[in-house]
Design a protein around this ligand. Sequence first.
Ligand code: SF4
Length: 348
Amino acid sequence: MSLDTLRFRQKYYNTMYFLFKYLCLKLLAYFRYSLFFRMCGISNNNPHVIESKNEDIIPKSVNYHFTRICNYKCGFCFHTAKTSFMLDLQNAKAGLKLLTMEGMEKINFSGGEPFLPKKGKHLGEMVKFCKKDLKLPSVTIVSNGSLITEEWFQDYGKYVDILAISCDSFQEETNQAIGRGQGNKSHITQLFKIKKWCNQYNVLFKINTVVNTYNYDENMIEKIKELNPVRWKVFQCLLIEGENAGPEALRDAERFYIRNEIFNNFLKVHKSVDCLVPESNSKMQNSYLILDEYMRFLDCRNGFKTPSKSILDIGVKNALKFSGFDEVMFKKRGGFYKWSKEANRLDW
Ligand code: SF4
């Protein structure tokens, strides 16, 4: 065999070898990608297919995290103070109007702590605008409760359908250990005060609890029944890359994270509480339409938050294509419920 033929064969074998290796690596990457998404409970759809599906989405229920600043320091917080930016009232109202024109029926204001900017006035003016001018059927708030005053209820209570307060424990030491607290103020005393004001000013009262390593074995039945919320939302501690996990994050929530079995056990212990609505990680990940402080939809499909462009720049329909919203999961987790005072009254 001549030297040229040998060289040619060698070259041929090398090329085939590299081609084979490339294909194997591609296949491996595909299977790892599928496995990762299955393990996270995320559907493994082609992102482009989801994007085209999103063209039909009507943003009926939207969560607007208008500030990232908070007075608490919860160790598992998954919407941390990465910026101090907040849209002014005029721009925020313009965005809320755009969303309503595209079919929004429920807005939830969240943070950070929504009662922090301008001592709750910024939030108050937005809820007033949504109820009075936009005539939204449901206006709700999620807060840690620490800064809420009776005066706020007097000024703005009539524009709010549901107020949800975070409470992970009825033991002050546990709240302190989690970071849910400020100074010596009692989170639990404030919670009971808010419940009283909600009754007084006709606002539906809700409680949100994050089950984590500090409270997974607490029995909260008695206190929850005493507070009698319309809904007790129980979440499994969620890890989000860049927020409470990974090198870029402001929090490290690994030590709070609990396995599915532990979460399910908490639910089992509390099954006698009728208003309990459980929310595991898989249900939570893509089933919310989340707007950040710039009014950008946040796509959480890959375990971290990828922002769209702002609805103020490209409009709601275009931004929705990048929201990663899973409408099927939204319905599965009971995203549509009696979310206004009127709907609840009809039920009584
Ligand atoms: S109260 Fe909410 S926003 Fe504030 S630190 Fe805790 S989890 Fe984060």
